[in-house]
Design a protein around this ligand. Structure first.
Ligand code: PGH
Ligand code: CA
Ligand code: ZN
Length: 311
């Protein structure tokens, strides 16, 4: 059933587990994610970035938002588990408005690269627009390293727990993503993975909100190896270790954002079939194995996060 992100995450917060928020750009990924959730009897969040809206709409992001909504609504209505549609990393007001108009369950307003006051004021404005429509809002404090960093600041800037409290009180935001040392993509850590759990604990105590972990892909070695075996060139990939992810959930993470793990899994399956079936031209035969591999990885992640059976 099509569901409220807020209801899904408030239940997870009360009961102490995390729900997966998986990114999609096309039908195959979306179907796999929802099939996995139904098989696991798990609540699920599916998310589109601004780039996903452009891709889905073939250049027209509002068309993309409407298409995302009808696809998700149609599939959600065909299963029994709660499915919420979320705008991931909304950085421009027009994309937020597209999502609100299209009927999304929730939006993220990501002004984390702006000064604190600007982030606060911008987030407050989005909350004022979204809440009357019954749409919930996520914001981010601190910066993730990796794709979000600029040349000047290689170090990620982590969330300040005192600021988090003030930010939540003044904005009325529903969920908060505190930067605690993760980053987006397949290359998260050079040496040992380091997350600031102490900081996370303090943010949870001071806000009590459902918290979000971005950059949460584990980057499974077997998938990277499979991809490399069939021609990929991915070297030195490193994700969030399982024990770190478990600990983050214990300390109050309730929404776990995963994109890279699905990309690697799909791409590995696609490379394998392209290599093995060189005379095949039917896109269904070429893309189908990727979709099946995605169902398995999403089921794995759901079980790991503790949301299996929570629908
Ligand atoms: C994410 C996904 N989306 O918002 O934070 O992160 O690159 O670790 O999958 P990954
Ligand atoms: Ca950010
Ligand atoms: Zn993210």
């Amino acid at each position: 059933m099509y569901a409220s992100t807020k209801e899904i995450l408030e239940k997870a917060n009360r009961e102490g587990y995390a729900v997966g928020a998986f990114n999609f750009n096309n039908m195959e990924f979306l179907e796999a994610i929802i099939e996995a959730a139904e098989a696991e009897k798990a609540p699920i969040i599916v998310a589109t970035s601004e780039g996903a809206l452009k891709y889905l709409g073939n250049g027209d992001p509002y068309r993309g938002a409407k298409l995302a909504y009808v696809m998700v609504k149609t599939l959600a209505d065909s299963v029994s588990v709660p499915v919420a549609l979320h705008l991931d990393h909304g950085k421009h007001m027009e994309f937020i408005l597209y999502a609100l108009q299209a009927g999304y369950s929730s939006v993220m307003i990501d002004l984390s690269d702006k000064p604190f006051e600007e982030n606060l004021e911008g987030t407050k404005k989005v909350v004022e627009l979204a809440h009357p429509l019954g749409i919930s809002v996520e914001a981010e404090l601190g910066k993730l390293a990796g794709v979000e960093d600029n040349v000047a600041s290689r170090e990620s800037v982590l969330v300040d727990p005192e600021e988090a409290k003030e930010f939540v009180e003044k904005t009325g935001v529903d969920f908060l993503a505190p930067a605690i040392g993760t980053s987006h993509g397949a290359f998260k850590f050079k040496g040992e993975a380091k997350l600031d759990f102490d900081r996370l604990k303090k943010v949870k105590e001071s806000t009590k909100l459902p918290l979000v972990l971005h950059g949460a892909s584990m980057v499974p070695e077997d998938k990277v190896e499979l991809a490399n075996k069939y021609g990929a060139e991915i070297k030195g990939a490193k994700g969030v270790p399982g024990d770190a992810l478990k600990k983050a959930i214990e300390f109050g993470i309730n929404k776990v954002n995963v994109d890279t793990d699905l990309r690697i899994t799909f791409m590995a399956a696609l490379r394998k079939v392209l290599d093995e079936k060189r005379s095949e031209i039917d896109p269904r035969k070429l893309l189908g194995p990727g979709r099946e591999a995605l169902v398995e990885i999403v089921r794995d992640r759901i079980r790991f996060l503790g949301s299996s059976g929570k629908a």
